[in-house]
Write a protein of this length. Structure first.
Length: 171
């Protein structure tokens, strides 16, 4: 597939976890995904933006949870039985690792994408919202938007929860 953009794709060939938000399909690099859990009670945190739903206790670790539907300004819908939280591991500003949760409508599958399957993000006139997109993948006649999960979470400075280092996991 040839790209119509002069900017190369930031997405790399490899495995991606695909999921849906409404009728749109997205993908995250599998290397960022720690686990997928059922939707569980979320403790709200005062004065957070609407897309930050709060925090959960995941086996003794408190992690922030973002509703990706709200983050991307998609229409709100009630959570369904297939709604789940993708727990991702991202790099913090000082090099440590932090876990975050992303609420999605449904998880699809893990797919392997080759370089030929991925093309650069089209130029939409310099929209700042495009910074989250690594590239677009064509798969079985459909298009999947490949996301940079680190940029999605690190944009929210309000999510600066403690970073986990190897020393923290030893205690």
């Amino acid at each position: 597939m040839t790209s119509t953009s002069s900017t190369p794709s930031l997405a790399k060939a490899g495995r991606y976890l695909t999921f849906n938000l409404g009728s749109e399909s997205y993908g995250l690099p599998v290397l960022n995904v720690r686990e997928i859990i059922r939707l569980c009670p979320i403790t709200p945190v005062p004065r957070m933006p609407e897309h930050i739903k709060g925090v959960i206790n995941l086996r003794g670790s408190v992690i922030a949870v973002v509703d990706l539907r709200a983050k991307f300004q998609l229409a709100a819908v009630p959570y369904g039985e297939r709604t789940c939280i993708i727990v991702v591991q991202i790099s913090g500003p000082s090099g440590g690792r932090t876990f975050m949760g992303a609420i999605v409508d449904t998880v699809e599958e893990v797919v392997h994408l080759n370089e030929a399957d991925i093309e650069a993000t089209p130029d939409f006139g310099g929209s700042p919202d495009m910074q989250f997109i690594l590239g677009l993948a064509t798969l079985r006649g459909g298009v999947k938007t490949l996301l940079d999960i680190e940029k999605i979470f690190l944009e929210d400075e309000t999510l600066a929860l403690p970073e986990f280092t190897k020393a923290d996991s030893a205690t």
